[in-house]
Design a protein around this ligand. Structure first.
Ligand code: BGC
Length: 912
């Protein structure tokens, strides 16, 4: 009887779904699915609409929030009521004050423009963390161990046992540390996150994590153990400059909140009852690697009954007085595994394994051998031209794992508080013959959800796309870094700025950037200057004048603006607004009355093309040109941002300021005939992209850029020009030149590294020179994402997926695929917050077929290249007959039209 009832119910639900044709999925809160440990008191909710009818827009929503899934109607914490709105994300919770450590369930229903009403969504939830400093009952503790702070020390271990009288109904652990932590309860590792609590500007704030530990606790005896590592807090990264004024001891703060089935509660905290010791990790350092002696393991030390009578006490330490914040970004996780693809012996006699991919993370290995045997594993990105293991470009970073066996059957090992950037590794001291099967590469990075799939008919461009995405993986480890391997690995602002658009296409990075940008606020100088790296660990190297480089510091404006463009996130604009204004004021003060910022102490167009020829000085773009161009650009963006935030006076003041900078720029750097001094690709690209050229001269200026490109036959730009040049060309009628640059295989070009086997983006156009020798080891990374900024052009131009700055978050999509080069097909899928946007095209026998998916609750303008209205078929009908399309018009060689959501296939013969 019951089964019959269930089947009928399921059938009715299905029928309902089919007929209503409108449903909701992918509920998120602050970009996350069912997040724990939030401290955003006005979280933003989002959902995706699915509809069977074309041209569907949301017209209203209703959100209900409640303390359980049964009281949405009867006892909601917030009921938005039916709210007329097309907003399907960034919907701000607007109910009663949210309470610490409380879970809130929510559901949503929507209405659309075809008078459909959806069912209620499946419920989702979010859970608050500890909202106030007062909620922390735990005290900071540190091990009572002798350490020599002039060298790397063994990783301390801290433990405690406790009894629980009743059955646990639910339990949460809130934990953070100065240094990294690895947390175990009753012999099991808690959670899957690694490199916790992550990297923030430790002088001011630190993240904490929340774990559901209900299943790890039991009635009776329990034990907790935490190992601490140096990480970003101390160790070679932070010590290099010996600059941060702070106490360098590792510390722990942990609080476990337990609710029993009998309704009682208990809290376990870090306090003076804990014990401490050192163990097998003799050294673990981000750059240096790890030294582990398995003979020193304390077996079962995180289980109850372990004898810690010989362990040391702990010291309760003063509260460091910094903000303890819930993470805005995704956790760092072990994301995927790779197996080595080859093993060989180098001419110098090293046993070398090849992972087939320049990866970031570490090796897990299994080994069996006599007690006391010591293995050494070193990691490198490349082999030299003779096939020997090459580590010079790692500079001080040793990236070495040393493991001593305890001789107890097969042992499986992974390092703890370090990671390596590598494609190759060499093994010494292995008992017997190491085999491919003994090793697994564990790829580690922030769990940013991939949102872009791109492929086309040219395998080299597909490899380029692969390299761009792997560059992002390896350099998105809680902070956007320059590189993951040498002794640097810092949050270089300029690198992040130039790559931001590509990064936003590739993955959901809104939370990731939000977290980092908040550190930027803390690190900003009184003067308004933004340090070159955030978190700023180069404190002593960054006196005021070295701080505030154009293109680098502008990250404070450009990245929030980019996040706003991709995710319609106005909150990040408000959060960053004061910092942006301070930065503009800094530039204004430094530029003075003539608005030309003659700052010589700049980084400029970093790593631009430099020739060996004595007659050619290199593509050098004057720093004051760049500084003034960026001054105008950021000021213009801040004017727009002020307008969006309703700060009308600021908007006007910054618009006026931008006009003044623009006039000064034109007067200083441009002839009446549109020629720029300096006459470089970067100069033209900056001026055109930042709208610094008078309308009447734009075409002329663009033609000069194209002429320069044709004269050289290759790119000459560095970090600042590279992300802009291709769009400047294709947007100004020089598509062929843009494709020529993209398809070029010889140095300097994007594809040259691929001819040398690159699997990530290189820092320099010639990391490996055409003669097989290397660029200078003082600066030669094989995993730097900056030049990967070409991804932005590929997605926008080849497959034509563009946002409309005036309708951010891809509410209005501008599809403008521009086939070129020798491509015969290309396709891309970008998972926007409205749902997947797809564009794929193919050219066969002169027929162009373009298939587009426009998500529900968005609309699109579509530009069909080389088309004539009468020849176009859409979904097998003529264009005019298709009701969902409107505003169809011929514009030169292109046909433009507007459409609502749906799936469309356009087909026509390309005009000659
Ligand atoms: C980093 C860069 C950075 C540059 C600026 C380099 O060492 O690796 O990517 O932007 O310094 O000085």
């Amino acid at each position: 009887m019951k089964t019959r009832f269930t089947i009928t119910l399921l059938f009715l639900m299905l029928v309902n779904c089919l007929y209503a044709g409108l449903s909701i999925s992918d509920l998120t809160c602050e970009y996350k699915t069912n997040p724990h440990g939030m401290d955003e008191t006005h979280p933003r909710l989002g959902w995706i609409l699915n509809a069977t009818e074309m041209n569907t827009m949301q017209t209203a929503y209703q959100v209900q929030v409640s303390l359980d899934t049964k009281t949405f109607k009867t006892n909601p914490v917030w009921d938005s009521g039916k709210t007329d709105s097309d907003q399907s994300f960034q919907v701000v919770y607007n109910g009663a004050d949210l309470q610490s450590a409380t879970r809130y369930y929510w559901r949503v229903k929507v209405w659309d423009n075809h008078n459909n009403e959806s069912e209620w969504s499946e419920p989702a939830y979010w859970e608050m963390g500890l909202l106030s400093p007062k909620d922390w009952k735990a005290t900071w503790i540190r091990p009572d161990l002798e350490e020599n702070l002039t060298e790397l020390n063994p990783a301390p271990m801290l433990r405690k046992e406790f009894q629980l009288e009743a059955k646990v109904k639910s339990a949460r652990a809130y934990i953070t540390s100065l240094g990294l932590y690895e947390f175990q309860l009753n012999g099991k590792r808690v959670g899957e996150q690694v490199l916790t609590p992550g990297w923030t500007t430790f002088l001011h704030r630190i993240q904490y994590q929340t774990y559901d530990v209900t299943d790890l606790l039991k009635t009776g005896d329990n034990a907790v153990g935490v190992t601490l590592g140096d990480g970003w807090y101390r160790g070679t990264l932070a010590w290099g400059d010996k600059s941060l004024p702070r106490d360098r001891t590792l510390k722990l703060l942990l609080q476990i909140e337990i609710t029993f089935t009998n309704g009682k509660t208990e809290t376990i905290v870090t306090d003076n009852t804990w014990k401490s010791n050192t163990g097998p990790i003799l050294m673990s350092d981000l750059f240096m690697g790890e030294t582990y002696d398995a003979r020193l393991e304390h077996v079962n030390w995180t289980k109850s009954g372990f004898d810690d009578s010989e362990w040391h006490r702990v010291i309760v330490s003063a509260d460091p007085g910094i903000e303890i914040a819930a993470p805005d970004g995704p956790p760092v996780l072990k994301i995927q595994e790779l197996k080595p693809v080859a093993k060989s012996v180098t001419p110098e006699g090293d046993i070398v394994f090849d992972m087939g991919q320049n990866m970031v993370g570490w090796l897990r290995f299994k080994v069996k051998g006599p007690k006391g045997t010591t293995i050494e594993i070193r990691h490198a990105e490349v082999l030299d031209k003779d096939g020997n293991f090459y580590t010079e470009n790692l500079r001080r970073a040793k990236q070495t794992i040393t493991y001593t066996l305890k001789g107890d059957g097969v042992q499986v090992f992974e390092p703890h508080f370090t990671w390596q950037g590598f494609q190759y590794f060499t093994v010494k001291g292995w008992p017997g013959e190491p085999t491919l099967d003994d090793f697994t590469g564990v790829v580690v990075h922030s769990n940013i959800t991939p949102t872009m799939e791109f492929s086309c008919s040219n395998p080299m461009l597909n490899q380029l796309q692969h390299n761009i995405q792997w560059g992002q993986k390896g350099n998105f480890v809680d902070v956007p870094t320059d590189c993951p391997q040498r002794d640097e690995r810092m949050g270089w602002t300029g690198d992040a700025q130039v790559f931001a658009s590509t990064a936003c296409f590739n993955a959901d990075v809104a939370g990731f950037y939000t977290k980092w940008l908040k550190d930027m606020i803390y690190d900003q100088k009184e003067s308004g200057a933004i340090p070159d790296v955030v978190p700023n660990i180069r404190w002593s190297l960054d006196p005021v004048q070295r701080c505030g480089a154009s293109g680098w510091s502008d990250a404070v404006v450009v990245i929030p603006w980019t996040v706003y463009q991709y995710y319609n996130d106005t909150r990040i604009l408000s959060v960053m607004y004061d910092s942006m204004v301070k930065w503009i004021k800094f530039m204004q003060t430094n530029a003075g009355d003539d608005y030309i910022w003659s700052e010589s102490n700049q980084l400029g167009d970093w790593l631009s093309f430099n020739s060996q020829s004595s007659s050619y000085p290199g593509a050098y773009t004057d720093k004051e040109f760049i500084a003034t161009a960026y001054f105008a650009y950021s000021t213009g963006l801040v004017a727009k941002i002020a307008d969006i935030l309703g700060k009308d006076e600021d908007a006007k003041a910054f618009t006026d300021l931008r006009e003044k900078i623009k006039s000064a720029f034109i007067q200083e750097f441009m002839t009446p005939d549109g020629r720029l001094s300096p006459n470089t690709q970067t100069a033209y690209s900056l001026a055109l992209s930042f709208d610094l050229i008078p309308e009447s001269l734009k075409a002329k200026t663009a033609s000069r850029l194209a002429a320069n490109v044709n004269e050289f036959g290759h790119i000459t730009t560095g970090f600042l020009g590279t992300p802009l040049i291709s769009l400047c060309l294709s947007n100004n009628g020089y598509l062929d030149e843009a494709y020529m640059l993209l398809n070029r295989k010889t140095y300097p070009s994007w594809l040259y590294p691929i001819t040398r086997g690159a699997t990530t983006i290189w820092e320099r156009w010639d990391g490996i020179k055409p003669d097989g020798t290397f660029q200078t080891p003082t600066m030669n990374s094989y995993n730097h994402y900056a030049y990967g900024a070409i991804g932005n052009w590929m997605y926008r131009t080849i497959t034509g997926i563009n946002n409309d700055p005036a309708q951010p978050g891809f509410k209005h999509i501008f599809f403008a695929p521009q086939p070129g080069g020798d491509l015969t097909w290309a396709k891309a899928e970008y998972k926007s917050l409205y749902g997947p946007i797809r564009s794929s095209w193919e050219i066969s026998d002169g027929t162009f077929t373009l298939t587009l998916d426009i998500p529900v609750n968005t609309f699109a303008t579509i530009q069909l290249p080389n088309a004539e209205i009468v020849n176009i078929k859409v979904n097998d009908k003529s264009l005019i007959e298709t009701a969902a399309l409107s505003n169809i018009r011929q514009q030169g060689n292109n046909v433009l039209l507007q459409s609502g959501s749906g799936h469309y296939t356009f087909e026509y013969n390309l005009k000659e």
